[in-house]
Design a protein around this ligand. Structure first.
Ligand SMILES: C[S@@+](CC[C@H](N)C(=O)[O-])C[C@H]1O[C@@H](n2cnc3c(N)ncnc32)[C@H](O)[C@@H]1O
Length: 227
């Protein structure tokens, strides 16, 4: 699995020193940040004595996303995670070079497992974030993501997912149809997921779709709220 994902990036990624640079992440990190600025509350006056909010990223990949987001929310603790241990070095590089020092040590997490296996308590996470994993992993990973969000997010807390999605069984535009076919050709268990199916999965996990934001390159950011 991890090898398959690494192969997916062959030819697209490049090493600069110890860090990985995914061109797609370089392109989409700022549009995603602009969305996060609408949904993340980062007001130091409001958190006062409480522990700062925890932003848990599942499937951090290179680590670029949290590196780009964290300096914009200095009052939030960013926890990057990955299932592929070969990526932890790159994520650590970005975390160690973060000027605001609010990126925690990356954790090895397989989202198919219950987050209690990694020391998380139920109803303890303020934000969950996942980019570009749902379509590049077996559906069991999406089920794990939603089950964990339902159990480990605080009440009213948000999960933010980013990537390409179909709606009511329709994949649009043609480039995403071709992308879906290329994913299936690589791994029959991969593929663009349907928002209608995800809404049903969310409902069984005490989550609801709060917002859908159209993003560049035919992607979407979906905002899920724990009920
Ligand atoms: C296409 S990459 C996306 C990386 C990063 N989020 C980004 O947008 O640049 C997909 C990532 O999902 C991770 N992944 C696949 N299955 C996973 C699982 N069961 N649990 C956690 N991460 C997983 C892979 O290791 C890979 O790093």
């Amino acid at each position: 699995m991890a090898n398959d994902v690494a192969m997916f990036f062959t030819g697209e990624e490049s090493y600069k020193g110890e860090k990985l640079i995914y061109p797609a992440a370089s392109r989409n990190q700022d549009p995603i940040l602009q969305v996060l600025k609408r949904f993340i509350i980062c007001d130091a006056d409001n958190i006062e004595d409480e522990e700062s909010p925890l932003f848990l990223e599942i499937a951090s990949g290179s680590g670029q996303h949290v590196a780009h987001f964290a300096p914009n929310f200095p009052g939030v603790r960013f926890q990057p995670t990955e299932v592929d241990d070969s990526l932890i070095g790159s994520i650590s590089y970005y975390a160690n070079h973060c000027k605001t020092k609010n990126i925690l040590t990356p954790m090895l997490i397989d989202i198919c497992n219950n987050l209690s296996a990694y020391g998380f308590e139920e109803n303890s996470v303020d934000y969950m974030y996942n980019a570009n994993m749902i379509h590049i992993s077996p559906y069991a990973c999406t089920v794990g993501l939603f089950e964990n969000a339902g159990n480990y997010l605080k009440p009213d807390a948000l999960m933010i997912t980013y990537g390409p999605y179909s709606k009511d069984g329709q994949i649009t535009p043609e480039s995403n149809v071709q992308f879906h076919a290329s994913l299936k050709a690589r791994n029959a268990e991969w593929g663009i997921r349907d928002i209608t199916d995800l809404i049903k999965l969310a409902e069984t996990n005490n989550l609801s779709l709060m917002d859908t934001i159209e993003m560049p390159a035919n992607n979407k950011t979906l905002i899920w709220k724990k009920n």
